[in-house]
Ligand binder design. Structure first.
Ligand code: HAM
Length: 425
């Protein structure tokens, strides 16, 4: 038997109703903040991620689904959305559009070859936003406020917002030199990846999954001690806005994020539920990326954004016992008795549906009792039972399932009856 690939999941109807609920809510929230949806391809040139996300990151080195297509091009299933959105911004010359900054959001599958774990998948769905074209602490604060607004609007309470600044390129340069000096004497005790990253990208050592808990990592120099005045001032201004907005946060000078493009503001939202027993607690992550557009041969514009996965949002809801109200109403179940009624119901259902009535019938020749059970399972508001008598007399009883009350109407007026019902809702 062929099984589903490891680290992926089928989202069955019960679950997909929750997904749709969440996605609709996110669409609505985006309107409040004036973000517009962008859809980019699921695969891109491998170069985009190698350059954008960074050659020495775990994502690029170990986790990408990369293959050659029939034209011998190296293609990668997108592991994240930012590089692709920035590529599209550059390619479509969005810097020339009248409404600036450009505020975009996306929602779709991403792919990373990771070890499967609760809350960690190889195909997962990221909802993310990118605001490109403004370097202003108030937009950083807006993005953070939006993150909190999203989670709180689902009723989640056990949340911890962790922030840091990883400074501008000049601060990073000095910091990298300090890291090299710090790790050089002990680098032999680190994994091969860290050894090869020491001179190319020492910051990656700080979030290496193998060496993360080593003493030398714990006592490594902190970026916050290397921020230049401009970077410090930017960070202070972002925090000032957060304080004004009453947004609680924790500062963590070790938060460096796993992707290379970040500068200045970096953040993660963690699940802060004391009873949660899974290893994965990060719900959402993001930050500012001031050099990314130029790195990808684009204009001198800067951006900030975040991404969350719907899978982890659902996990958090489950942990806090929050039920989403996804029950859908269903209008009518048509019970039939006999061949003539069966034939009549095919046309009736077709007419009802064309008039916007949610309706269904039995297809398995169930007895009346079985058909009624089916109506119950569907949570149908009404049922009608059509038999020879109803057809001969052109009369039908419409039964309201919750009260058991019935109303007799003409059979050929069923469509207009339900049409009126809909209007009265
Ligand atoms: P990231 O931290 O790599 O950042 O991922 C963001 C979020 O995606 C994570 O916090 C988590 O919710 C979810 N996620 C990541 N990997 C998995 C996985 N294997 N299974 C389930 N969920 C996962 C980015 O991707 C950046 N592009 C975010 C960003 C946007 N930065 C600026 N703009």
């Amino acid at each position: 038997m062929i099984k589903i690939p490891r680290g992926t999941q089928d989202i069955l109807p019960q679950e997909s109703a929750k997904w749709r609920y969440i996605e609709n809510k996110l669409d609505e929230l985006m309107k409040l903040y004036n973000y517009k949806e962008i859809r980019t391809p699921i695969f891109e040139s491998t170069d985009l991620f190698a350059r954008g996300v960074g050659d020495s990151t775990d994502v690029v080195q170990k986790e990408m689904y990369t293959f050659k297509d029939k034209g011998d091009r190296s293609i990668t299933l997108r592991p994240e959305g930012t590089a692709a959105v920035v590529r599209s911004y550059i390619e479509n010359k969005m810097q020339g559009e009248p409404n600036q900054p450009i505020k975009l959001y996306y929602n779709g599958p991403m792919f990373r070859y990771e070890r499967k774990q609760k809350g960690r998948y190889r195909q997962f769905n990221q909802f993310g936003v990118e605001a490109i074209g403004a370097e202003n602490p108030s937009i950083d604060a807006e993005v953070l406020a939006m993150v909190m607004h999203i989670y709180e609007s689902f009723g989640l309470k056990h949340l911890k917002l962790v922030i840091n600044s990883i400074g501008d390129q000049a601060s990073r340069k000095e910091y990298n030199e300090a890291l090299i000096k710090h790790f050089e004497p002990v680098i032999d005790t680190f994994c091969n990846d860290c050894q090869s990253r020491l001179h190319t990208n020492p910051m990656r050592i700080l979030d290496c999954k193998v060496d993360r808990d080593k003493e030398a990592v714990k006592h490594a120099p902190r970026i916050t001690d290397y921020l230049n005045d401009e970077s410090k001032a930017y960070y202070e201004a972002v925090k000032h806005h957060l304080d004004q907005l009453g947004i609680n946060y924790v500062e963590d000078p070790n938060l460096v994020r796993g992707l290379d493009y970040y500068t200045h503001t970096a953040f993660e939202l963690m699940m802060d539920n004391p009873n949660y027993d899974g290893a994965i607690t990060t719900l959402c992550g993001g930050g500012r990326y001031n050099g990314l557009l130029e790195l990808l041969d684009g204009p001198k514009q800067t951006g900030i954004g975040f991404a969350l996965s719907i899978e982890r949002l659902l996990l958090a809801l489950e942990e806090e016992d929050i039920e989403l109200n996804v029950d859908e109403d269903f209008d009518l179940f048509v019970v039939t008795m006999g061949e003539k009624a069966e034939e009549y119901s095919v046309k009736l259902l077709n007419d009802l549906r064309k008039h916007g009535v949610k309706a269904d019938k039995d297809y398995l020749n169930r007895k009346i009792k079985g058909q009624m059970k089916q109506a119950d399972r569907l949570n149908a508001k009404y049922t009608i039972v059509i038999g020879d008598q109803e057809l001969d007399n052109n009369k039908i009883d419409v039964k309201e399932m919750s009260t058991g009350e019935t109303k007799t109407i003409q059979l050929d007026e069923v469509v207009s009856f339900f049409n009126k019902e809909k209007e009265n809702k």
